[in-house]
Design a protein around this ligand. Structure first.
Ligand SMILES: [Zn+2]
Ligand SMILES: [Zn+2]
Length: 352
């Protein structure tokens, strides 16, 4: 009776060792390229909410062999998730690997899964949305998916961001999975000239009034952070360092019309192109200025260019988020792009 048990054990051991190396029938799985940056996920993820999805990663140059399921790979950056290769058969040319993604993301941000298969390695990245509010009632501020914390004391909402855009940029360090070269042209069809700065992690805290109101005196906007986008990336005003117009900086805007300043703080002075073309659309909510008034894209719903903008670069009408009407700013194609002659309302505070 002992022999079959020993045999079974041996077979199990062989199967385990085979699994490790993606080997079946003596031939190792082999591919010539793995395109993590073209990978996709079947569902969007929210911080602290159980997640289950399939990641699809294209490959090329397969050698036609059968491969077994892989062991689970822990996420880095945002932790709490695992990726496990599903069993399959390689084609002899291009195809997709499928990974089961499961777990509960610990926070918002970017979860990376370093995968390795058939002689190729890369990292697939998943953006985890904030969901906001730490379990409290959802508010319009919870749409700031790039924030890692959104809390409220009933008078102010406090929004915290590491300012790590979830999209590719020529300004990520080249070692980052989100680095992508860019040759232009950029905003206003300008020639692109890369600036020497790279995106680095920031820690920005904005405290903005929940019930914004018109100020009796309109403070000028400061240099640096004047508001925040849904992507957690700050808005800057229409001036470069020294209070000069940003004209010269435009050449340095990346594929999404943003750029990092000297300390690596990525920001937008003009339309945040990722939000208006990929995440949402040209008439969508883009974020908030420090005075609590919302910022919308360069079009009204229906595609019209906003009309009647005042000297602060806003006007009042109903929007999707504020059906009873609200004062709001608009991005525009031309200067001053976002804010004109100061805040319409009383600004909150920012630490950066
Ligand atoms: Zn700038
Ligand atoms: Zn409007």
């Amino acid at each position: 009776m002992k022999l079959p048990i020993i045999l079974f054990t041996c077979l199990s051991l062989i199967a385990i060792s085979c699994k490790k190396n993606n080997v079946t029938n003596g031939t190792a799985a082999s591919i010539t390229s793995l395109a993590c940056n073209s990978g996709s996920f079947s569902a969007s993820a929210t911080a602290n909410v159980a997640y289950s999805a399939t990641a699809t990663v294209p490959y090329a140059g397969g050698n036609g062999v059968v491969y077994l399921a892989g062991s689970s790979i822990n996420s880095t950056g945002v932790t709490g998730l695992t990726a496990s290769l599903q069993a399959g058969t390689l084609t002899s040319s291009t195809g997709n690997l499928s990974y089961t993604i499961a777990g509960t993301p610990s926070t918002s941000g970017v979860a990376s899964f370093p995968i390795s298969f058939g002689g190729q390695s890369c990292s697939i990245t998943l953006t985890v949305n904030s969901g906001g509010g730490g379990g409290t009632t959802r508010t319009v501020y919870d749409s700031i998916y790039g924030a890692y914390s959104i809390t409220s004391d009933g008078t102010y909402v406090t929004i915290k961001s590491y300012d790590q855009p979830n999209y590719k940029s020529v300004y990520w360090p080249t070692s980052n999975a989100l680095y992508e070269n860019f040759f232009g042209p950029t905003f206003h069809d300008s020639t692109f000239i890369k600036a020497p700065n790279s995106i680095t992690t920031q820690n920005i805290t904005l405290k903005i009034p929940i019930n914004p109101s018109m100020a009796s005196t309109h403070a000028t906007t400061p240099m640096g952070v004047i508001g925040i986008g849904l992507d957690g990336v700050p808005f800057f005003n229409q001036y470069a360092a020294g209070g000069v117009a940003i004209g010269g900086e435009i050449h340095g805007f990346d594929q999404w019309w943003g750029h990092p300043q000297m300390s690596g703080m990525y920001h937008h002075h003009v339309e945040p192109l990722y939000l208006t073309t990929v995440y949402a659309n040209k008439s969508a909510l883009m974020g908030f200025l420090l005075d609590g008034f919302p910022v919308y894209g360069p079009q009204e719903i229906g595609g019209a260019t906003p009309t009647g903008l005042d000297q602060y670069h806003g006007h009042t009408h109903a929007t999707n988020e504020y059906p009873n009407g609200i004062y709001h700013y608009h991005f525009t194609a031309d200067a001053p792009y976002l804010n004109g002659n100061g805040f319409y309302g009383t600004a909150g505070t920012v630490t950066q």
